[in-house]
Design a binder for this molecule. Structure first.
Ligand code: AMP
Length: 424
């Protein structure tokens, strides 16, 4: 079905032209008409499937059907869990609005930067506010914004916003909204734990589940390397150098680990930067901009980078540390294989976390053979207890054909013999 049959006005179809989208994605085909009907929507679709435009286009259409008034009452509020996603969603909305023959005001607010310019930006109101919850609450407390006329509330990465970490902020914001409004929940995943909260928020919602189908699912090859925890940084370095990766997003468990891994890679001559919540917003934006411009080749991030970020042509994601849950795994690997590109998601599985990896496999309904690279064979004893025998490289058992490895040097052997716990 072409965009022209979805109920969008000609000006919006015109605004889509520069994007050169061949046709609406499945989530867009289903969600755009549903949102235009004015009903609540709970939509789940794989990451990178065009979810932003699936709500941005009908939101703009409904906004344009309203009479204009001054000051502008906030018509739509889009809540997102991270600052980077706020910027990204704001860019999509502004990009679409820019070529419309109407002067729409889209204001983006998020924490980690001075609040004053955002307060100034909200003077005279705004048609659409895109916000992270904490900063929006600060602005509400300072009476910088009024949400009493909001007609559409969007929760992007809804299950994250409904999750425990955002509960208090979300409830406080909901109290500032009129009870009569349209609610749109979009996410790649809806964990069972948040479904009751979603149910409480929605009224007779239309449920849209776009399941990955052959041919439409992102083309992400998933691989797992059995490796001792102490050897992961070296394996990462080895893969980066031997595979000629141009850009890699690496996920680590802690901010400290991100710092240490980045420092080690930099020492090895690889342009790597950490990315986590402890960095200033200026630094976070800079790292992301440098990564997108290929000035930085490897970014080592906490899960703050796992949600919604659209980094075009990101060929490889590495789980240096495994994610805590299968849901997080979905979001992390969804940073690659976007918008029709193929991607590679690699997980490092040390013997001590083999059981956790098996749980992720079970929840994901996948089975990923453990690969072992020459020179990186796990030596720790837990490996023996694993029922997943690592497959040797370059054998008939190795469907990948293997990646050429390197032999451990003296230092490696000494380190392994000493079984030192890793500082990553
Ligand atoms: P999203 O899931 O919103 O983060 O979008 C992922 C990527 O898909 C972005 O780079 C969009 O520009 C792109 N995209 C969105 N809609 C379409 C479409 N109909 N056809 C092709 N690409 C699209």
């Amino acid at each position: 079905m072409p965009f022209s049959l979805l109920g969008l006005r000609p000006e919006l179809l015109q605004a889509l032209k520069p994007k050169d989208y061949p046709a609406p994605t499945p989530i867009q085909t289903l969600a755009i008409p549903a949102v235009l009907q004015g009903v609540d929507v709970q939509a789940s679709a794989q990451t990178g499937s065009g979810k932003t435009a699936a709500y941005a286009l009908p939101l703009l259409e409904l906004l344009l059907r309203q009479p204009r008034s001054t000051p502008r009452p906030v018509h739509s509020l889009v809540l997102v869990p991270t600052r980077e996603l706020a910027v990204q969603v704001g860019e999509t909305l502004r990009g679409l609005a820019a070529s419309l023959p109407f002067n729409l005001k889209i204001t983006v607010v998020f924490g980690g930067v001075s609040i004053n310019p955002q307060m100034m930006g909200l003077r005279g109101g705004a048609d659409v506010v895109v916000a992270t919850p904490g900063r929006l609450l600060d602005l509400l407390h300072q009476n910088a914004v009024t949400l009493s006329k909001v007609q559409i509330l969007v929760l992007d990465e809804a299950d994250k916003l409904l999750d425990l970490g955002f509960q208090d902020e979300l409830q406080a914001i909901l109290k500032c909204l009129p009870p009569q409004r349209q609610n749109l929940l979009f996410s790649a995943t809806f964990a069972p734990a948040v479904q009751s909260l979603a149910d409480a928020l929605l009224t007779h919602p239309q449920r849209i589940d776009v399941l990955p189908q052959a041919g439409t699912a992102p083309d992400i090859v998933q691989r797992a390397f059995a490796v001792d925890a102490t050897q992961r940084t070296q394996l990462l370095r080895h893969l980066f150098q031997s595979q000629g990766w141009k850009r890699v997003l690496v996920f680590a468990a802690t901010q400290h680990a991100c710092q240490i891994i980045a420092a080690k890679l930099r020492k090895a001559g690889i342009n790597a930067e950490p990315f986590h919540g402890q960095l200033s917003q200026g630094k976070r934006s800079q790292v992301l901009a440098d990564f997108k411009a290929s000035r930085v080749k490897v970014v080592i991030a906490t899960d703050v980078a796992s949600r919604g970020l659209d980094i075009s042509e990101l060929p490889v994601v590495v789980n240096f540390d495994l994610p805590r849950s299968a849901v997080d795994y979905t979001h992390r690997i969804g940073r690659t294989g976007r918008a029709g590109h193929s991607g590679l998601a690699i997980s490092f599985v040390s013997p001590d976390i083999e059981a956790h990896w098996r749980l992720i496999e079970k929840r994901q309904q996948i089975s990923v053979p453990r690969e072992v690279l020459d020179g990186f064979e796990p030596l720790t004893t837990d490996a023996a207890s694993s029922t997943h025998t690592p497959r040797p490289q370059g054998t008939a058992n190795d469907p990948t054909g293997g990646i050429k490895g390197k032999r451990p040097n003296k230092k490696d052997k000494l380190r392994l013999a000493q079984q030192q716990p890793e500082t990553p």
